[in-house]
Design a protein around this ligand. Structure first.
Ligand code: ADP
Ligand code: ZN
Length: 434
């Protein structure tokens, strides 16, 4: 096999896919009820027995699991498998608080490798790809997740990890790297450094990249694709569910297919917790239906998006999700208005003079919330006429204000001023909390 296309699962007609999901869900519920005290208690408290779940629509009867549950049962209390069968732990990078731990059996590592290998294949990789894994290796799932998937695919795997950018670029050239895995912000940083070091796209053999672990926009995709000369695919995942490879875009780049034979998605209203219809935007919730180490029922990801049920041209029948517009917990409330950093990003990047690096600074002055956005612009613009710079600033302020419905101040800074991240980018400084 030259790639890892599991046709029999990936193109399974919906009717059969849903049958498989129900069987797996029922088996899983029996399993966690028996093996995991936390779920035994939780189901008892909701007066639900595994046998009460007779169809997929019964899913909504089940209680939710939250990040707080994982924290309360730190470190091993959410595991269903016995400790002897757990072969690996990861922990989330803690973007929003204390560590949350995930445990994997060998079965889970195999599933994870398979969904990652499928994901690489969906983005055009094969056993002849040379995959540079520039996600961090360690407790963070990015590095090892991509690594195992790449090896299962049979690709040449380079465990570069993040950082040491000059060496990465050297390897791109000398090792003839075809495929890049890293955060989208690091991809842009690599593009900057590439230009600085005097490399041209033609020095490399790059074909595609798999970018995720943080929200990014279509405008950022365009920049990455143009500056690195590749196709850029959005890959999504979270350590609690498995890690990267929960969903991936196919070559049509029109939403990420969720590997639904393993992860059952729902969208709920984060306020009322009621299920929403496909196409409606809300919080993404997952039930893992094949994992044995730490299966989760109706896990609230806090990530906001919607599901696309229309069939995809690639032939895969698995539902797609839109980009994550933010997490319900990274939403900023500025002067009472809900603002997501991703809305600001899209508004900024619609203007071509803008470098893809920005920082949103929120402050409260005289009891009024103020928002300032530092944006990098090309150095030559600073020597431009003041009038032009002022016009550009006005245009950006207008775009941003109409995107977020409140006014924002734009402040231009020179290239390289905003600190670059080699992992997840920090885009917001909220001084109101300090
Ligand atoms: P955490 O960031 O919570 O410490 P993880 O390292 O497991 O933990 O990161 C998972 C989170 O990263 C997801 O819940 C989501 O918010 C974000 N994420 C991952 N992939 C993407 C993506 N492609 N687009 C947007 N956000 C993403
Ligand atoms: Zn597709």
């Amino acid at each position: 096999m030259t790639n890892y296309y599991e046709r029999e699962f990936e193109t399974l007609p919906r009717e059969f896919l849903e049958k498989l999901q129900l069987e797996r869900l029922q088996t899983l519920l029996e399993y966690v009820y028996e093996k995991c005290d936390f779920y035994h208690k939780k189901l008892d408290e909701s007066s639900i027995k595994p046998a009460d779940i007779k169809s997929l629509s019964d899913l909504k009867k089940l209680p939710f699991t939250t990040k707080q549950d994982l924290r309360d049962n730190y470190p091993y209390g959410m595991f269903s498998a016995s400790m002897n069968d757990i072969v690996r732990v990861h922990a989330s990078s803690g973007t929003t608080g204390k560590l949350t731990v995930a445990g994997y059996t060998q079965n889970d590592i195999d599933i994870w490798s398979a969904v990652m290998a499928r994901s690489f294949t969906a983005g055009g990789c094969s056993h002849s790809s040379i995959i540079n894994v520039a996600y961090g290796y360690g407790l963070f799932t990015g590095g090892l997740g991509a690594h195992y998937g790449s090896e299962l695919l049979g690709a040449l795997t380079i465990p570069a990890s993040s950082g040491n950018t000059k060496r990465q670029l050297q390897m791109f050239k000398d090792f003839k790297v075809s495929t890049l895995c890293c955060t989208p912000s690091y991809a842009l940083y690599l593009a900057d450094e590439m230009e600085k070091e005097g490399y041209k796209i033609s020095d490399f053999s790059l074909k595609q990249g798999f970018f995720g672990a943080e929200p990014w926009s279509e405008e950022m995709r365009t920049q990455i694709q143009e500056r690195l000369g590749i196709k850029a695919y959005n890959i999504y995942g979270l350590s609690e569910i498995i890690g990267p490879g929960v969903s991936i875009e196919c070559e049509h780049q029109c939403g990420a297919h969720i590997w639904e034979d393993h992860f059952l998605p729902e969208i709920i209203d984060p306020e009322t917790l009621e299920p929403l219809k496909n196409g409606e935007q809300g919080e993404l919730v997952f039930t893992t239906i094949s994992k044995t180490g730490m299966p989760l029922i109706r896990y609230r990801t806090r990530d906001l998006c919607s599901l696309i049920e229309e069939p995809c041209e690639c032939g895969r029948t698995h539902i797609r999700m839109t980009r994550i517009i933010g997490r319900s917990d990274d939403m900023l409330i500025i002067g009472g208005v809900n603002v997501f950093p991703s809305q600001i990003e899209s508004a900024l990047f619609s203007v071509k003079e803008i470098e893809p690096h920005y920082m949103i600074i929120v402050d409260r002055v005289n009891n009024l919330d103020k928002i300032e956005i530092q944006v990098e612009i090309k150095d030559e613009l600073f020597s431009d006429e003041v009038k032009n710079l002022q016009n550009l600033k006005n245009l950006l302020e207008k775009n941003v204000s109409s995107a977020i419905s409140i006014s924002a101040k734009i402040h231009f800074v020179s290239r390289g001023t905003i600190e670059r991240s080699q992992g997840k980018a920090v885009r917001v400084i909220d001084k109101r909390r300090i």
